[in-house]
Design a protein around this ligand. Structure first.
Ligand code: PLP
Length: 270
């Protein structure tokens, strides 16, 4: 696919006023990967690199107005979904997706921030699991993968791959497995698809990079999912997109310390 224009990528996500996570990270990642970024806000989050202070959820009628305002006017090439906060927001986004049917949906099943603060009501985990069925690609971290697989968190790469296979089969989606949470010198990422007719040739593609020793990892999940949505919408094959995003994110993590943003887990250098 060769497009004359940059892919138009919509982020549906929460906010981070320090600019490292949520829709702010999404917009930076979409731009860095050559896309045109747009954003609909699900929840306003008073947070910084040290943690979440409070969350304000606007009425879902206003969320629907934001979504319709974009789709009534702009052709959307890809959607990236991040923080959804509660079951009403999930239902509203689901209703809009069923209506608009964007060609590519990448879902980051955000549940708990690295700081330990909840970004999704625990009672909405089942609804988020169901939403995964309408996503082409999901990008859970290992704790989120365990919730989706309804089992304990994977202790090693082998266990993580088998959980990703189960989730892919059960929910009918491709899983981007991120090795960053595991210990070891190498931190592979992989696309896992256990369906009979997988979106990824052979159902498995891996990308490798040396582990970057840094505590500046705030918003990495938001960043990787938006970057993947942009590169796939730009016409990369899924394994090409993974290779390119992994190489870029490794550079962004390496450069993160020089940003000197905040006193907690700083952002990556988009
Ligand atoms: N804030 C928002 C709005 C998010 O969407 C996310 C994750 O997706 C986070 C914070 C979590 O950031 P992290 O766990 O990388 O610190």
């Amino acid at each position: 696919m060769n497009r004359a224009h940059a892919p138009r990528v919509l982020s549906i996500a929460g906010t981070d006023p320090t600019g490292g996570a949520g829709m702010h990270a999404d917009l930076k990642a979409i731009s860095a990967m050559g896309g045109y970024g747009m954003a609909v806000v699900t929840a306003l989050v008073a947070q910084n690199t040290c943690g979440v202070r409070s969350v304000h959820v606007p009425p879902v009628s206003f969320l629907r107005e934001q979504l319709d305002a974009v789709s009534d006017d702009v052709v959307i090439d890809a959607v990236k979904i991040g923080m959804l906060a509660d079951a009403d927001i999930i239902a509203t986004v689901r209703g809009w997706l069923d209506n608009v049917r964007p060609p590519l949906v990448v879902l980051d099943p955000v549940m708990v921030a690295t700081s330990g603060d909840r970004l999704l009501d625990a009672s909405a985990e089942g609804a988020l699991r169901e939403l995964c069925r309408v996503a082409d690609l999901i990008t859970p971290n290992l704790p989120e993968l365990a919730v989706l697989a309804e089992t304990a968190e994977a202790a090693d790469w082998h266990q993580a791959v088998s959980q990703a296979r189960q989730v892919s089969r059960d929910l009918g989606t491709t899983v981007l497995l991120k090795g960053g949470h595991l210990t070891g010198a190498d931190a592979p990422d992989a696309l896992v698809d256990a369906r009979p007719d997988p979106a990824v040739p052979g159902g498995y593609a891996e990308a490798h990079a040396p582990r970057v020793a840094t505590t500046c990892t705030h918003g990495t999940g938001c960043t990787i999912s938006s970057a993947m949505a942009t590169r796939i919408a730009a016409g990369d094959t899924w394994p090409q997109a993974l290779e390119r995003v992994k190489a870029w994110l490794t550079r962004a993590l390496t450069a993160a310390a020089d940003l000197e943003v905040g006193q907690g887990h700083g952002p990556v250098d988009h």
